[in-house]
Each structure stands twice: as C-alpha cells, then as structure tokens.
Write a protein that binds this ligand. Structure first.
Ligand code: TRP
Length: 450
C-alpha cells in the first residue's frame, strides 16, 4: 500500500478541508434555508448545533481518519467488523448529492455568463430564473459544461493547480461577499431584513427548523459522508485535531453567515420583504442577487465577478464530491481510475438531466410531493446525514468506546472539552438526532404537529 502523504502543517490541512467544505452549501443553500425557516431562529439553532453537534462530529471523523489511516469505506470496518457497512452508507451521500450539485453549478455558470454579457437588467426580472430552469435544453448546456469541467479536473489530476488558485480566489470571494453585504445592508428597507435574519422569533421554533439546520450543518461542513475521515487520514499526527476542527467550523460558518447577510436583507430592500420570496427555496440566490447587481453602477461586471468566484468555489467542492465517489468505487470494485471516473460522469449526467427536467417538462412528476432535485436533497440531507451522524456517535460511544477516539485526540496535549465530548457522543447527540428524525417522520405522515 502506498504511504499516505500528510499535509504541510496545520494551515495546509485547514485550508484544504475548509476549501472543500466551502461551496454552494454556504452560498446558495444556507441563505435559502435561513430565509425559509424564520431567519433569526434558524441562525440561532444553526449556531448552537454547530458548536455542539458539529464540533463533536468533526473531531470524531478527523480522529477516525487519522487513527485508522483508511478511506471511509474501510475505516468503520477496521474499527468494528460489524459496522463496516456504515462507511458504505456514508458514501451513498456524495452519490446522491453529486448530480444536483452539478446542475446548480450549471445555473451559477449560466449567471456568470449572463452578467458577463451585460444582461443584468433581464436577469433581475422576476420571471427570468423560472423561465430559464423550466426550459428543456438551455439549462442542460451549462450543466454539461460544469460536470465535464469537473470530470476533466479529476481525469487530468490538476487538483494541485486548483488548490493553488483557491488560495487567491477564495479570499477574493470573501472580500466581495463582505463588500456586497455592506452594500445590501445599507440600502433603504434592508434593516427589516437584517432584523429578520438576526433576531430569533420563538414562533419559528419547530422540529422542522431543527432538522433543516442539522442537515444543513452536516452538508455544509461535509460531515457524515466520509469526507472528513478522508481528510483526517492525511492529517499530521503532530497537530491538534481540536484546534483544526474549530478553525474549519468557524471559517465555514462565517462564510454561510455572510452569505445570509448579503441575500436575506436584499429580499426586503428589493422585493419588499415578500413572504413568498423568502420561502422560494433553491431559487432565492438567483432571483435576489441580480436585483442587487442591477441597482449598482457597474453591476454587471461586479455580478460577473461574483458568480465567477461562486463558480470556482462550486467547482472545488464538486471535484471533491466526485473524487469521493470515484475513490469509493475503486476501493470497492477494483476497476481503473479512468473507468470509474467516466462511470460517475455518465451517472451524474443522466440523473442531473432528470433533475433539470423536474423543473420543466417533468414537473408533474413528484416523489412524496418533492421535485426530483428536492427529493435527492431531502433524502441525502434530511435523512441520511442525520442517520449516519447518529450511528457514528453510537459506534464511538458504545462499540469502540470514546477512549479509543480520545487517545487519538490527546496525542497532541490536553483535550479541553473531554467531558462534554463523552456526554455528547454517547447520549445527547444520538438521542437528540433520533428524536428529531422520528418526530419529523411522524410529522411527515401527519401523526404529529409541532
Ligand atoms: N460542503 C460543501 C458545500 O458547502 C458541499 C459538499 C457536500 C461537499 N458534500 C461534499 C464538498 C463532499 C466536498 C466533498 O457546498
């Protein structure tokens, strides 16, 4: 077996892990969920969950990876023979996410092109986005551009180049996002939106808010899908897992927070705080931001730059999602790298096309009331991620016992939240997640109403 290389120092690791974590989850998914689930209450629940569940799972996964030095598919099996399948279940998540992630990457590509050709006024029109995603051929072109680009990056192994590029482009994205949120927040009418986003209202607290925030947390930090186990297997034994985890979490959450601050108040300043707009789901960013760009001088150029940087963040994530599936397939079926990559690409294209048709010619076809994209998103984020997260805690708490993980974490000094960690991983996290999952299922079938 080839020796696993380690990252150069902690900063290298944190940057790589954070670079893969920051993507459409932060910029596209977080703001629309926050807008939909009551703004301030969602933000509060999200932050509380990030500090508790997020950090426990992040630490656990990095420690499992570093301890076993194995891929997620094999890591659980090496901890306990009986639980090997959990690694397999975790790798199902990237498989479900990949096609629709690339479809949304295609939407971002389209918007970068639209802005670049100066059509910002058209894009700011309310019907522009809906007409675009419901047409049959057009969205497929940009989707193919995105998924083929992702595939080429994997085939030609230019990840290193991309990593270097991301050291410049990611900070640029952050600077631009800060600038845009300052601009948005200072527009007339935006203050209402800032209040909506920051002040929790107790009436927005429901099981759904918890489930949505929990799923989003795992999705955004790439937890409960094997990714952080993989990163952990490359993490140097000389560095502190606790510190590195905290840095990734803070970074990822800060970017999601900023994206919300840029998008949610804009709904108030530019669409009059329209309740329907707040609940619009996946389309929120694409409908709202062009209005912002349209209102500023040089907006099409700034818009083009912004969507280009988002595109870059999306590509870095789609590459690592695809890589996770490809290496899973190679591990499992022992076929060549090229074959595995092409297989995943063809699968992604077929399912991605189905997702796109789900907004147009196939919009009458729904699964449990969800469109095809929303269904894949729901199964992966609201069912599988919490489930894998919960079972990971059960394995650590009761099968291998927390000490096995604690000894890995304590290789680099004292673990400051040891007691808290043990209580969380054994009892609080699994029971809480179980309760959330069960009550949301009961709610789904109409037995419960909270
Ligand atoms: N966390 C990424 C984001 O916020 C999305 C993502 C999901 C991801 N699964 C992944 C990234 C696997 C890398 C690898 O957009």
């Amino acid at each position: 077996m080839e020796k696993r290389s380690t990252f150069t120092g902690k900063i290298g690791f944190v940057l790589a892990a954070a670079g893969s974590a920051v993507g459409l989850g932060n910029l596209w998914r977080f703001p629309y969920l926050a807008a939909k689930y009551g703004g301030g209450m969602f933000l509060l629940v999200y932050i509380v969950l990030a500090i508790t569940f997020g950090s426990v799972l992040m630490i656990t996964e990095i420690a499992i990876g570093r301890k076993t030095q194995l891929s997620p598919l094999k890591a659980f099996g090496s901890l306990s023979k009986k639980w090997g399948w959990l690694g397999g279940l975790a790798t199902v998540v990237p498989v479900l996410i990949f096609p629709y992630y690339c479809l949304i990457g295609g939407w971002v590509t389209k918007y970068a092109a639209v802005m670049l050709t100066g059509k910002v006024t058209q894009a700011a029109d309310d019907s522009f986005f809906g007409e675009y995603i419901s047409s049959t051929v057009n969205p497929l072109i940009w989707f193919l551009v995105f998924i083929v680009a992702t595939t080429l990056v994997i085939i030609f192994g230019v990840n290193r180049g991309i990593e270097k590029l991301s050291k410049v482009l990611m900070p640029a994205l952050i600077v631009l996002t800060v600038g845009l949120s300052v601009y948005v927040v200072t527009r007339p009418g935006a203050l209402e939106g800032v209040k909506y986003y920051l002040l929790p209202n107790i009436k927005d607290l429901s099981v759904k808010t918890f489930l949505a925030a929990l799923g989003q947390l795992f999705y955004s930090m790439s937890l409960a899908m094997g990714i952080m186990i993989t990163y952990g297997s490359y993490f140097s034994k000389d560095e502190s897992i606790e510190k590195a985890s905290r840095q990734i979490e803070v970074f990822d959450t800060a970017i999601a927070f900023l994206a919300g601050l840029m998008i949610i108040p804009a709904v108030f300043a530019f669409s009059g705080g329209d309740k329907a707009a707040l609940g619009s789901g996946p389309s929120l960013m694409f409908v709202t931001l062009p209005k912002v760009f349209n209102s500023m001088p040089g907006g099409s150029l700034i818009g083009a730059l912004f969507f280009f940087l988002v595109l870059f963040a999306a590509i870095t994530s789609s590459v690592s999602i695809m890589e996770a599936i490809v290496s899973g397939i190679i591990d499992r079926f022992r076929i060549s790298r090229l074959k595995a990559t092409l297989l995943v690409a063809v699968y992604g294209i077929i399912v991605g096309i189905a997702c796109s048709f789900g907004f147009g010619i196939w919009s009458d076809f729904t699964i449990l009331g969800f469109s095809i994209l929303d269904f894949l998103d729901f199964v992966s984020n609201s069912v599988l991620l919490p489930l894998v997260g919960m079972l990971t805690c059960v394995v650590v708490g009761f099968v291998i016992k927390p000490d096995a993980i604690l000894s890995e974490i304590e290789l680099n000094g004292r673990f400051t939240m040891k007691k808290f960690y043990v209580a969380m991983v054994k009892w609080i996290a699994p029971i809480f997640i179980f309760a959330i999952l069960v009550s949301s299922v009961l709610q789904g079938v109409g037995i419960l109403n909270i």
